[in-house]
Design a protein around this ligand. Sequence first.
Ligand SMILES: Nc1ncnc2c1ncn2[C@@H]1O[C@H](COP(=O)(O)OP(=O)(O)OP(=O)(O)O)[C@@H](O)[C@H]1O
Ligand SMILES: [Mg+2]
Length: 357
Amino acid sequence: MPKLPAVRNIPSILRNRRSGELGEPNWIDQLHAKVVGQTEGLASVVPYVQMYQAGLAPQGRPVGVFLLLGPTGTGKTRTVEALAEVLHGSAKHVLRIDCGEFQMEHEVAKLIGAPPGYLGHRETQPMLTQMKLNAVTSEKLNLSIVLFDEIEKAAGSMTRLLLGVLDKATLRLGDNTSVNFDRSLIFMTSNLGAREMARAMTPDFGFEAMVTDNIATTGSSGANKLEAVCLAAVKRKFSPEFINRVDVMATYHPLGRTSMEQILDQQLTILQDHIDRRLAERSFKISVPKSAREFLLNKGTSKEYGARELKRVIHRFVMQPLAAMVSDGQIEADSEVVLEVDAGRERLILRPTQRAA
Ligand SMILES: Nc1ncnc2c1ncn2[C@@H]1O[C@H](COP(=O)(O)OP(=O)(O)OP(=O)(O)O)[C@@H](O)[C@H]1O
Ligand SMILES: [Mg+2]
């Protein structure tokens, strides 16, 4: 069924209220629950969505242009996925452009398609078409989320092309048709400045304080210093015209202990859901006592890789041994598997116990 055009003059917040879907204000709470410890970054995105929902977003330009900065594994890409989940119901509703694929000047043709008559005109399917943009909207909301991931890797020709998109919300394709972005949120993520950030986080700068508590919540001058470091790196890389077209530049902070604890809980819940869904009647419960949680947190806390390390540690110490035990038939349906820290504190022992009826 063809998608109906968005009716600009009926504020979508009213339509949503009627349909009882997006009008629920808790999409904001849901977003904060999904992306932990980056309150300021998330809060800067929300008003742009609300402006669109209220029918008050300016025309002739994208609904919002965001540059998410900060160290690896702190939730930049996750923010965009989580926004798609709460607004559209699935992280698949993101048109994602991996800028690492556009490092050479000539590769931009993959994005917009080669002009007629040029070599490869017929073979190159542009990655950014109106159809692809429309395909990431949903019944819930006629708004496309576009992600240019790792923008610092893009060739200069791509950033120049982006200027027009950010400014006028249009992109001219190789075949001379144009793509309209004025019902889009445009996210760009980047690690720019992350190395300098890591250097700034020397013990005397107070990294120890940060890992026990989120700097975002302490509001320390450390947070401002990290922002300044990122901004300086952005200014070195991008032209003032480009920077001027960004509505919000948000710096994601290294995740503190409290955030890591919450992310561990999230990951364990995801793991349990996965077991329940995939194994159905053969499923079992995993039980993670405090000592095992601490083991996972200690092994998975990394200044260098953020929450990525925690995910890897869960994979290595929980998922992989669990999978081996399941395939060996060592875990009975409806039992409980308790995670115990081994005496050498180098691994977890997974102990299946029959649950009391
Ligand atoms: N703040 C967070 N809240 C919840 N989960 C997080 C958070 N940060 C990271 N994660 C978890 O770690 C994974 C990796 O994070 P993400 O992809 O957002 O990193 P990133 O900041 O985009 O890093 P990079 O610069 O390397 O792309 C996510 O898929 C998510 O599971
Ligand atoms: Mg990322």
